[in-house]
Design a protein around this ligand. Structure first.
Ligand code: ATP
Ligand code: MG
Length: 574
């Protein structure tokens, strides 16, 4: 493409409302334009990158045996009522009515539509397994759209759904997608990790998020320094303490202390002159309507997902003031395990504490020198807290670290959640009717592009990996008004086009400096600079965007050399 004919509106100024670097660079490089909150247009350069990612996804999904379909974006309410999500999905689901007053939504995801499709077309075990995918626009009315196309409302997603006859088959389908995702993100040139995620009631290790490691990420990733354990914050396990891990302290006599208006851990810590690690927080939860007391050390946080899973509850929330009063006989802020009338579960971190401080279940009082076993009992011990940097690894007991990540993909074993609700059944070998086992697998296409920029940029602009680059090479004549320079540039351009390279000829009548700045900003991996002085020696300059390295190469060889570099860097890996 000739630069002079391209719609490539680059800009020098950093847009004031763009918080993250990928958003700034996508706007400055003329890749995207905001239409309204969370809704973007892709300009030609941006759309080429989107197509690259989609192509890699397609190739790997096809390789894994999935087949591409295309489902509608507009979905009838009836299907969502059948699955139960019409009422449960919340405000992210954009609902509307047609002229006949029928209700619809814009698809935020496609489990309902695909399950409906499959239940009509698949009748016997011979048609299973089946994995169908699409690359399509989703709409989610996110509360806080931000970071450009990273968290927007309208976005492109690859979503795949697998249907299997049994658990073993479903697990195999899951593994296949897991492997395909690894290949996809590797080919996109990303530094990523698959991390374990909460799989709710499914159990086993059948939910993984693919996280691109980046400071700007919205998610926290917990990973082991020694082994390959990695999980998201919701899921990250903490092992039970090892026997005899702490010294035994002499149990002192329990005392009641008047603490008027002293409620928070910080206030109690200051007032009682003890560290937060000596205080035990007692949180009353409402688990499906029943109160449960959860004990945790003052310097830790409760992980509500762990509590919910541990209790097998469908609904879990912090109890309201009435429930707290009924359970403790005191207002919020003074709960404690001593004498409490509800079930008490405690995090492992409380296990080895002695002479601890806790609420007294009495307005304005706390207890000190409380001891487990003597003063109260715990019904069960469990891992209920949020992981922290330095915690022991649940696999090898090495130390874990916490880093930021961007979730670009998610693989999930759904089980029979939708197939049961929507009756996607098949006849097995013995003619018995059985419910299909499903899996779902998503990749955010735009978010993957943004995540790539978060990892690959410098102060001059984007540094595309060869595999995602909108164009792989740019030919830059230093001065278009010099006939021999222009002739050589045109020849190289024609040669590259003939060799199948995606090439830009920067034929603008601009200063070389301006052209170099634009080429760096839009991140083209290879730049071939054609100038009069080098050309007199039969040479041109090849500059590598990634390393900044530049070499003089014979003008006659440059096409072959560039093509060689491009193909070696786009080769599919193992
Ligand atoms: P998040 O926790 O970031 O909201 P999610 O759990 O809602 O993500 P899924 O429903 O698993 O995401 O969707 C699959 C993929 O779609 C995600 O891994 C992500 O790459 C992409 N995605 C989800 N929400 C958005 C969004 N608002 N903007 C852009 N991409 C998104
Ligand atoms: Mg979401």
């Amino acid at each position: 493409m000739r630069y002079s004919e391209m719609h490539l509106p680059t800009g020098r100024e950093i847009p004031s409302d763009a918080e993250v670097v990928s958003n700034q660079l996508m706007i400055r490089a003329g890749m995207i334009r905001k239409l309204t909150s969370g809704i973007y247009s892709y300009l030609p350069l941006g759309y080429r990158v989107i197509r690259k990612v989609e192509q890699i996804i397609r190739e790997e999904m096809n390789r894994a045996g999935a087949q591409e379909v295309h489902m509608p974006m507009v979905q009838p309410a009836e299907l969502w009522q059948e699955s139960g999500r019409w009422t449960h999905y919340g405000k992210e689901l954009l609902r509307f009515r047609d002229r006949n007053d029928r209700e619809y939504c814009l698809g935020p995801t496609h489990e309902e539509v695909i399950t409906d499709l499959v239940r009509h077309d698949i009748k016997t075990y011979r048609q299973l397994p089946c994995n169908l995918y699409q690359i399509q626009t989703k709409f989610r009315d996110e509360v806080r759209p931000r970071f450009g196309v990273m968290r927007c409302r309208e976005f492109g997603m690859k979503d795949a759904y697998s249907f299997d006859a049994d658990e073993a088959g479903a697990e195999k389908s899951y593994e296949k997608m897991f492997d395909a995702y690894n290949r996809i993100f590797r080919r996109c040139g990303l530094n990523f990790r698959p991390v374990e995620a909460d799989s709710g009631s499914i159990g086993g290790s059948f939910s993984h998020e693919f996280m691109v490691m980046a400071e700007s990420g919205e998610d926290s990733v917990v990973f082991c320094e020694k082994c390959d354990y990695a999980a998201n914050m919701e899921k990250a396990e903490i092992p039970a303490p090892q026997e005899g891990a702490t010294e035994q302290k002499e149990a002192l006599p329990m005392q009641s202390v008047e603490t008027p208006g002293v409620r928070t851990i910080e206030e109690v810590s200051t007032f009682m002159e003890v560290g937060p690690e000596q205080i035990v927080k007692t949180l009353i939860f409402n688990a499906d309507g029943k109160p449960v007391a959860v004990l945790i050390r003052g310097d830790h946080e409760v992980n509500e997902i762990k509590v919910k899973n541990y209790l097998g509850a469908t609904q879990l929330e912090l109890a309201d003031d009435d429930m707290i009063f009924a359970a403790t006989g005191a207002p919020r802020g003074f709960a404690g395990a001593v004498g409490i009338k509800v079930r008490v579960i405690a995090d492992y971190c409380v296990m080895n504490l002695a002479n601890l401080v806790t609420g007294a279940n009495r307005d304005g009082y706390h207890l000190k020198n409380v001891n487990i076993g003597r003063d109260f009992n715990v019904a069960s011990w469990a891992d209920l807290r949020v992981a922290q940097q330095g915690d022991p690894c649940p696999r090898c007991r090495g130390r874990v670290r916490v880093a930021r990540g961007i979730e670009v993909g998610h693989v999930f074993k759904l089980g029979t959640k939708y197939s049961q609700a929507m009756k996607a059944a098949y006849l097995d070998k013995d003619g018995k009717e059985k419910i299909m086992i499903m899996g779902c697998y998503g990749i955010g296409v735009g978010r993957t592009v943004a995540a790539c920029i978060e990892q690959h940029h410098d102060r001059d602009g984007i540094i595309w990996p060869m595999t995602l680059a909108p164009y792989t090479v740019i030919v830059t004549p230093v001065n278009i008004n010099e006939a021999d320079v222009m002739k050589a540039s045109e020849d190289i351009y024609a040669g590259l086009l003939a060799a199948g390279a995606e090439v830009i000829l920067d034929d603008r009548d601009e200063r070389a400096g301006v052209k170099f700045k634009d080429a760096d900003l839009i991140g083209i991996p290879l730049r071939i600079v054609v100038g009069a002085r080098n050309l007199a020696q039969g040479k041109v300059e090849l500059k590598i965007r990634k390393t900044g390295e530049s070499r003089l190469i014979a003008a006659d060889d440059i096409v072959a050399r560039a093509v060689e570099i491009i193909s070696s860097e786009t080769q599919e890996t193992g």
